[in-house]
Design a protein around this ligand. Structure first.
Ligand SMILES: [Zn+2]
Length: 378
């Protein structure tokens, strides 16, 4: 018992030190001791171990008054993560360091069949491995437009991809020799928002990803809600109108049929346009494009009332191409959300993700790093 509890304390202390170095970028052993409340001797032992494991690097030396010259510590940027963001049309494969700085990224059209997509991703990962000689690749994080069963770790629900019950982890791990972590894009984004976000971490946070479909990542009391078979957060498939258009999930009139990027394109009436092009047309003064986007925004805000009533979050973070045009979407969504907060409740803040376009990839980095650093909120 004594040994077990000592080991647990040692692991917790190691995580505390790693996270202090991660969030402060550089600091000395003395600052670590002061901020953590640990003894200088304990800090020295942990730091030596982290340097030995090549998580932390020393230097350069700083200067303080009266001649003392402490050595500064930082995370080892030669430790890298491969992030893969699979979306129905586009897949992005990127390389990032442990600080979440992206070193490279490339995009490919997502193959329609799961097997072909897995082969394409493996080929890109192998290229990166060949180019990363000398760096330590910590693992592969994969962000998915659907749900992963936390027990079987298989990709079980992907209505906008049309894949069924796919094992991505097995073949990718076998072909590359790397550890693979995978999760729903919104869950990854929720973790990343907590990890890299510029707001103080909130206890109750809902991330809503809006693209071909709509998904949610739910942090309640600081914990990610997964639910049975990992299906918590599939709020895009709440039926809004049972007589509405058919959804990819097989039901009719789901929220995402009215409020996703595809919905705005349908309102506009042009099938061969991308959502980015629709945003551009609205910016150029195309009034039909403005109308289509405003209709989408109203439906988005209206559907978020479900989230407010059911989960009462501090904040809702919106992720997707629409955040590039937040001055158009933000006010409409906020008005809709505020219009019907249950009596006695407080309307949550609704904000776009802090850095446009990279949120899903940041999520892939956190999926891999959280094994070593733990969760930001603990
Ligand atoms: Zn649906």
């Amino acid at each position: 018992m004594q040994t077990a509890s000592t080991d647990v304390v040692r692991r917790i202390n190691r995580r505390v030190v790693l996270n202090l170095i991660r969030t402060r970028q550089t600091l000395s052993r003395a600052e670590l001791a002061r901020l953590s409340g640990m003894q200088r001797s304990t800090i020295s032992l942990i730091v030596e171990e982290l340097i030995g494991d090549e998580w932390v690097l020393e230097g350069p030396r700083g200067r303080l008054p009266r001649g003392r010259r402490p050595t500064f510590l930082r995370l080892n940027e030669e430790r890298v993560i491969i992030g893969v963001d699979i979306r129905p049309t586009l897949t992005t494969v990127a390389l990032a360091d442990v600080n979440g700085r992206f070193l490279s990224q490339e995009a490919l059209a997502t193959p329609g069949q799961a097997e072909a997509a897995i082969d394409a991703v493996i080929a890109r990962i192998r290229n990166l491995q060949a180019r990363c000689a000398g760096k330590k690749i910590e693992g592969v994080g994969i962000s998915l437009p659907g749900r992963v069963d936390p027990v079987s770790r298989r990709f079980v629900f992907a209505p906008n991809l049309g894949w069924r019950d796919v094992d991505l982890e097995g073949p990718i791990s076998a072909a590359t020799g790397l550890d693979v972590e995978l999760d729903n894009a919104a869950n990854g984004c929720a973790l990343a928002e907590e990890w890299f976000g510029q707001h103080a971490p909130e206890r109750h946070l809902v991330v809503v990803t809006v693209s071909e479909g709509i998904g949610a990542g739910i942090l309640l009391d600081g914990k990610l809600a997964r639910g049975l078979n990992g299906m918590a957060g599939e709020i895009g498939h709440v039926p809004v109108d049972p007589a509405g258009p058919l959804c990819g999930c097989g039901c009719r009139g789901c929220w995402e049929v009215y409020a996703s990027n595809q919905a705005a394109l349908r309102y506009y009436g042009s099938a061969d346009l991308t959502f980015a092009e629709l945003l551009q047309r609205a910016d150029q003064g195309d009034s039909r494009a403005v109308e289509a986007l405003e209709k989408m925004a109203h439906h988005l805000g209206h559907g978020m009332r479900l989230i407010v009533a059911a989960l009462a979050p501090d904040r809702i973070v919106v992720i997707g191409d629409l955040t590039r045009s937040w001055e158009r979407f933000g006010p409409i969504i906020e008005n809709e959300v505020r219009a019907q907060v249950p009596r006695g409740g407080t309307a949550p803040l609704v904000t776009p993700a802090h850095e446009d376009g990279m949120a899903r990839l940041r999520g892939t980095v956190v999926l891999v790093l959280q094994k070593h650093f733990g969760r930001a909120l603990g």
